[in-house]
Design a protein around this ligand. Structure first.
Ligand code: GLN
Length: 196
């Protein structure tokens, strides 16, 4: 099994450290040839969605990655990565991959609560540490979207088939690997065994 990490901008190194802890093989996507390789899952890190969207276009990565996601490639988007996958962004005209049936609000917590930490549940797992940095939240979900986490009445994690998103940053809590483990076990391995 091999995971690709989009290493264009933002917190990709932190995801790689978690994959190291889990002993999962990975490589970075920086250019078109990287995206053309075979891989079993993709991580879209946090950062700035507008910058990432621009780089995906400029580096000719956008179409190939979108097609792979539409064909069922397991993908895990955190924060800006969540925004890249959303079908609608309620306070922005832009739209990126648009492959997941969710409407999100960017920078949704306003200035005062720009960044904060809390704990919450994720599926059946309780006491998950959650770091939010100028985070979005999910305002609406379509059919087939499973809500995995709600904090203060806002949806902050969800899954639709092969796509997993969190508004918080599990990669920023260095000894916490459970959300990545969920992605690998529940999404990547399922697809992997289905296909092979
Ligand atoms: N505010 C950023 C955006 O809109 C997301 C922040 C993050 O990824 N930590 O893209």
């Amino acid at each position: 099994m091999k995971i690709a990490v989009a290493a264009l901008q933002g917190a990709f190194l932190e995801h790689e450290k978690i994959l190291d802890r889990l002993d999962i093989e990975y490589f970075e996507i920086r250019k078109r040839e990287d995206a053309e390789k075979d891989f079993d899952g993709l991580i879209l890190p946090g950062g700035e969605s507008t910058t990432m969207g621009k780089l995906l276009d400029e580096l000719d990565l956008f179409d190939i990655l979108k097609a792979k996601i539409e064909n069922g490639l397991p993908v895990f988007g955190t924060c800006a990565g969540l925004i890249l996958l959303a079908r609608e962004i309620s306070n922005d005209d832009k739209r990126y991959f648009g492959t997941m049936d969710i409407t999100v609000r960017r920078n949704a917590y306003g200035r005062q609560l720009g960044s904060f930490e809390t704990t919450g549940s994720f599926g059946k797992t309780e006491n998950v540490p959650m770091v939010f940095i100028r985070a979005p939240y999910i305002e609406q979900t379509g059919n087939g979207v499973e809500v995995l986490s709600v904090v203060d009445g806002k949806i902050v994690a969800a899954r639709q088939n092969n796509q997993l998103v969190t508004a918080f940053h599990p990669e920023l809590v260095s000894d916490y690997t459970q959300i990545h483990q969920y992605f690998i076990d529940k999404i990547v391995k399922n697809t992997y065994t289905d296909l092979k």
